[in-house]
Write a protein that binds this ligand. Sequence first.
Ligand SMILES: CSC[C@H]1O[C@H](OP(=O)(O)O)[C@H](O)[C@@H]1O
Ligand SMILES: Nc1ncnc2[nH]cnc12
Length: 291
Amino acid sequence: MDRMIGVIGGSGLYEIAGLSGATWVTVDTPWGAPSDQILTGTLDGVKMAFLPRHGRGHVHSPSTVPYRANIDAMKRLGVTDLVSVSACGSFREDRAPGDFVIVDQFIDRTTLREKSFFGTGCVAHVSLAHPTCPALSDACHTAAGAAGITVHKGGTYLAMEGPQFSTMAESKLYREVWGCDVIGMTNMPEANLAREAELCYASVAMITDYDSWHPQHGEVDIAEIIATLGANADKARALVARLPGLLGAAHDPCAHGCNTALDVALLTAPEARDPALMARLDAVAGRVLKG
Ligand SMILES: CSC[C@H]1O[C@H](OP(=O)(O)O)[C@H](O)[C@@H]1O
Ligand SMILES: Nc1ncnc2[nH]cnc12
């Protein structure tokens, strides 16, 4: 099938340049409106879709980002590969502000968000043991290296609710006891929902600060973060620009099973399924529900 690369841009990344036929389109979903219109077009012959996670002008807080609508809208548009770009704090001395981390694991400490498309009337349990797509993550890693970015392969992202930053005790717990590498507020439930929607998902975390554990850097300073965001966003655009050339215009079935995550996930018997929920699942689970 045709590949379409979706990019969800985090804090600091509200648009990408260079798309042929660039058009902001409105996508309606059964889960409400996405964070903003979606910028569509092609880059090096590959279809692209870009969505600013917080909306242009940074309207949505991490807790109120419409995560389900965002993922549904990307799926509905035909996205096959979804790259999440996010600002984050670092728990490691050797992961400095300005560095990128290709995240491959998450610990979820969020509490206020809808985390699944499924529920009463259609219950599904997908595996999240490996929440990111290794092939898409590799492409992001290669693209970052080619763009001259200092990039680290693999890392555990602690997803916190926010909007306040962590206390020093929390920061030390996540770093020293839980062994996390970076911290942010948005990759959960985004990754969960991308898996339910059978998308290949990769997370590119752009470090802006050392959170609050570092004896020489003190507490998180939002002014410092904002100063780093601009340079990080330029690097992210350079990374994204290399993805079409690396991935190509055709999306083969994912060797890691991202595109078949729902094959054995649905538990509710067909005759017991809620028709209203089934209708809302038309894009996300259409592949398995049509069959
Ligand atoms: C700008 S600092 C806090 C803010 O930035 C990150 O957003 P995103 O993940 O969308 O790049 C972090 O998660 C917080 O929402
Ligand atoms: N230290 C931090 N904690 C949570 N989210 C962040 N986004 C950027 N820096 C962060």
